[in-house]
Design a protein around this ligand. Structure first.
Ligand code: NAP
Length: 422
């Protein structure tokens, strides 16, 4: 029998206890040993919990960390520095650790890998909840150079964009609804600002490329500035608007970025609706593979946590935490935040008079930015929105062109820019 201590018996922790009980037969058969939740740690001891009453509950993580009979520590408390202390101590004591905590890994995965050494440290649930994307990247695709990862990895944003696009609901209204449904955090910045997606992207990028970057090092934009005009352009030109986490190689550089993008409606990622998650991975040998499923929810997340526990029970230890046994020799390095090459959609509010269009075209043309589509939508008798998309170009050039539009008073309001991935 292996004894498990769960630090944080909230939404996911409770589901872990329940599933280990409900599916005990199949889980024992797969693990080859009985898995017993011996103890749990919570903040509030008086809160009622729907778990087996034989599980000892305390409010002190040390009760689990100092208990020599505990083999596997499951960290499900949330946060960064508190869990870091807990996980560090558990690993130093030689206990296997499973966590679903992406924020912890976004900041401390390399420190923890070092501390873990050969002790199992698993985190399947930290990225895309119930989808086994970590195992896919670390094991299933192990033979490949990963050319790109593109993921819808924040269900709240995907749900909100869907409602804005398909039902024309305003951003503020849909944000309130997402909070009421329990999708968005009480402080929604974490979701809508792209930070949650960035944490998950960083974890995947470590496994794919061995890149030790922190959230501050990468481009992170959310969905707060998406407007109805952008959505109508997307519809008109056959694009879907999504918040994507993108990792891709360009020569010896790896671009890591989170922002809203336009993707052709024909792509599979464009068809991912509501709170679901999906990740597309392109490997140089396998081609494109796609992973789809629930990115959150107690049971879906617990399903991934328990998969890790079963794996630890079977193997004693996992594969190297971030996938590499020796450092990567290909010399890949993180591209700086502004060093991006892609296609762009621009929305420029301009005066509706002769000469404006040619000035816009000249400023773009002087920077080797070539226009793919353009449409003019009247706003009133004197102004119009110019909606245009470009061919592949450099973000530095686009940013420079946008600055000049403003400096030369060619635009009546701040121009909007959305990157296009196709
Ligand atoms: N929920 C999801 O769908 C989901 C999906 C993927 C990943 N995750 C990750 O899974 C982790 C847990 O999420 P959750 O939704 O289960 O959170 P949750 O419902 O808020 O549960 C957190 C648990 O930790 C306990 N806790 C918090 N701080 C503590 C402390 N300092 N000492 C002792 N206990 C403490 C809480 O105690 P009380 O119960 O007394 O408050 C609660 O039982 C997070 O890292 C989250 O990012 C969650």
């Amino acid at each position: 029998m292996l004894n498990i201590g769960i630090i944080g018996v909230g939404t996911v922790g409770t589901s872990v206890c329940q599933i280990l009980q409900d599916n005990k037969d199949i889980i024992t058969a797969r693990a080859g040993v009985e898995l017993n939740v011996a103890s749990g740690v919570v903040n509030n001891l008086s809160k009622k919990r729907d778990i087996n009453e034989n599980i000892k509950i305390s409010n002190n993580p040390d009760d689990i960390l100092n208990d020599d009979s505990i083999d596997i520590v499951v960290e499900l408390m949330g946060g960064v520095e508190g869990p870091f202390d807990v996980v560090k101590k558990a690993l130093q004591k030689g206990k296997a650790v499973v966590t679903a905590n992406k924020a912890l890994l976004a900041y401390h995965r390399y420190d923890l890998q070092e501390i873990a050494g050969d002790t199992a440290f698993e985190f399947e649930a930290a990225v895309a909840g119930g989808i086994p994307i970590i195992t896919a990247l670390r094991e299933g695709l192990g033979a490949n150079h990963i050319q790109s990862i593109k993921g819808i990895i924040n269900g709240t944003c995907n749900y909100m964009l869907d409602k804005m696009i398909n039902e024309g609901v305003d951003y503020d209204v849909i944000l309130k609804e997402a909070q009421e449904l329990g999708y968005a955090e009480a402080d929604p910045t974490f979701d809508v600002g792209g930070f949650d997606a960035a944490h998950k992207l960083l974890i995947m990028a470590s496994i794919a490329y061995g890149i030790d970057a922190k959230p501050e090092d990468i481009l992170i934009e959310g969905i707060e500035n998406v407007s109805p005009e952008d959505i109508s352009f997307a519809n008109e030109f056959g694009y879907a608007l999504k918040l994507l986490g993108i990792a891709k190689t360009r020569g010896d550089k790896v671009e890591l970025r989170v922002h809203s993008v336009l993707i052709p409606t024909t792509e599979m990622l464009a068809k991912v609706d509501g709170v679901m998650n999906a990740v597309s991975v392109i490997g140089d040998k396998v081609g494109e593979t796609l992973y789809y499923g629930p990115g959150a929810g107690g049971d879906a997340t617990a399903s991934a946590v328990i998969a890790n526990i079963i794996d630890i029970a079977r193997k004693g230890k996992g594969s190297p935490m971030l996938g590499f046994k020796t450092p990567l020799e290909s010399g890949l390095h993180l591209a700086s935040k502004g060093d991006i090459e892609t296609k762009y959609y621009l929305r420029l509010q301009v005066e509706d008079k002769p000469g404006v269009l040619s000035k816009v075209s000249t400023i773009l043309g002087n920077r080797n930015i070539s226009i793919k589509n353009m449409v003019q939508k009247p706003i009133d008798s004197v102004s119009a929105n110019l909606l245009l998309s470009t061919h592949l170009c450099n973000e530095k050039d686009i940013k420079e062109a946008l600055e000049i539009f403003e400096k030369e008073n060619l635009v009546l309001s701040k121009p909007a820019m959305i990157r296009i991935e196709e």
